[in-house]
Design a protein around this ligand. Structure first.
Ligand code: FAD
Length: 393
């Protein structure tokens, strides 16, 4: 088999690139280890930045999203049992979109495979990359139906297989991976309960951080800071709700609406950035290239930013022979990646400082928080980064 581009991974990054290529009539093959049903239901992110939605819209990928996504214009910090609203719409005129990742993936896979006629293989096993430093790379995989190994020749490989994929593992020795571990865990929860606030709520509490994020009228995502590597089984239904009520409690608000917990897993808060993001004919995009712990809800946005640049760069090269998009790809992505990493680090201290057990860090964290509500300059800087209005482009 031969395709100009093989895309490894059908997440937001891989499917967006596939759609951009198909819109330009460039053939590509997407390889995905999971089934279509699985990727269309995997719960994860939900916050999309305005520029990312505009980017999808420009590429004809946001029709359903724009009909169904909620607009979020404010967030709320709760500390010392008081509520502090932060209206970033008022400050900047901009907002977030909330649209669950599985719905976005469903829209993208439908458009790619059913509308634009893109090739995709689900349930593949043991993907291997070959000849990446040559002009004739290839990808092989074990096909789900036949059980046979298939070899696909191509010109480019897009490594979009997320944090646990295979493409990052074949990087040459000189590739640099910068890592940061926050030393905390988050218990990520999905509750079958309506949201208890009309906006995202951040609970800053000596017991640990807690977060509340609406996903739909029936489902709410919650986070609870916990020790890294903690066992989700240590968190019974009653313990989860008692801690959420305590950490997100405010004197002037009724208790949170409780419900059945339909997802409960521990995420260790760590980040990495691979530099550069391109090696020979392999281009990494999304979580395969950089992980940002969900502290600032940036991961899916960065995956889309990479995908727009890589999709457009591949189309320019393959249809017009223009190289600049591909040669500038890594630098163009990494500007925004590092900008978001820095913001995540800043926000991590706000979330985790008061529960660090260090009275000095607790004091500076509360000073940071109060400054947000007393200094218009601090508020403007926060809003810019929270909305992803990156000066890096
Ligand atoms: P992925 O979505 O991980 O897709 C990679 C795909 O590759 C997967 O389908 C996988 O099955 C497949 N794959 C893996 N290995 C192979 C292989 N060897 N061969 C073939 N296919 C393979 N981000 C935000 O912006 N906002 C949020 O609010 C937010 N919340 C989050 C909450 C949680 C609990 C988690 C875990 C993440 C969250 N994120 C958030 C991050 C966001 O989900 C990721 O950044 C995003 O999914 C990255 O997209 P991707 O396409 O790069 O990778």
């Amino acid at each position: 088999q031969r395709f100009p581009v093989v895309i490894v991974g059908a997440g937001p990054a891989g499917l967006t690139i596939g759609n951009i290529l198909r819109a330009a009539s460039v053939d590509c093959l997407v390889l995905e280890v999971e089934t279509r049903e699985f990727i269309e239901q995997r719960p994860r992110a939900g916050v999309l930045e305005e520029w990312a939605v505009r980017g999808l819209e420009q590429r004809g990928l946001a029709d359903t999203l724009l009909e169904r996504a909620q607009r979020h214009t404010e967030c709320e910090f709760r500390f010392e049992k008081a509520r502090h609203r932060f209206s970033y719409l008022e400050l900047t005129g901009h907002h977030h979109f909330v649209y669950p990742q599985p719905l976005l993936v469903t829209d993208l896979v439908r458009e790619y495979a059913d509308v634009r006629g893109g090739a995709i293989r689900f349930g593949v096993r043991d993907v291997q990359l070959h000849g990446l430093d040559s002009d004739r790379p290839a990808v092989s995989y074990v096909d789900a139906e036949s059980g046979q190994r298939q070899l696909v020749h191509c010109e480019f490989v897009a490594g979009c297989d997320g944090a646990r994929g295979v493409t990052r593992t074949v990087l040459p020795q000189h590739a640099r991976t910068a890592r940061h571990d926050y030393g905390v865990g988050w218990l990520a929860l999905l509750a079958e309960a309506p949201p208890s606030s009309d906006c995202v709520v951040f609970g800053i509490h000596p017991n640990g951080f807690a977060g509340h994020m609406a996903r739909s009228p029936e489902v709410t995502r919650y986070y609870l800071e916990c020790p890294p590597g903690d066992d989700p089984e240590n968190w019974s239904h009653d313990r989860v709700w008692a801690e959420l009520q305590e950490r997100l409690g405010a004197a002037d608000r009724p208790p949170l609406t409780e419900g059945r917990l339909i997802e409960k897993r521990v995420l260790d808060m760590h980040n990495y950035v691979v530099e550069p993001m391109a090696f020979g004919r392999l281009f990494l995009a999304g979580d395969a290239a950089h992980l940002t712990a969900p502290i600032a809800a940036k991961g899916m946005n960065l995956a889309l930013h990479d995908a727009f640049l890589l999709g457009d760069g591949l189309v320019a090269f393959l249809t017009k022979g223009e190289q600049s998009g591909l040669t500038g790809y890594s630098d163009a992505c990494l500007g925004r990646v590092w900008d978001y990493q820095e913001f995540s680090q800043w926000l991590s201290e706000v979330y985790h400082g008061t529960s660090s057990g260090d009275a000095y860090r607790a004091g500076t964290t509360l000073a940071r928080l109060r400054r947000l509500f007393r200094s218009p300059a601090a508020a403007a800087a926060f809003a810019e980064q929270y909305l992803g209005k990156s000066p890096a482009g």
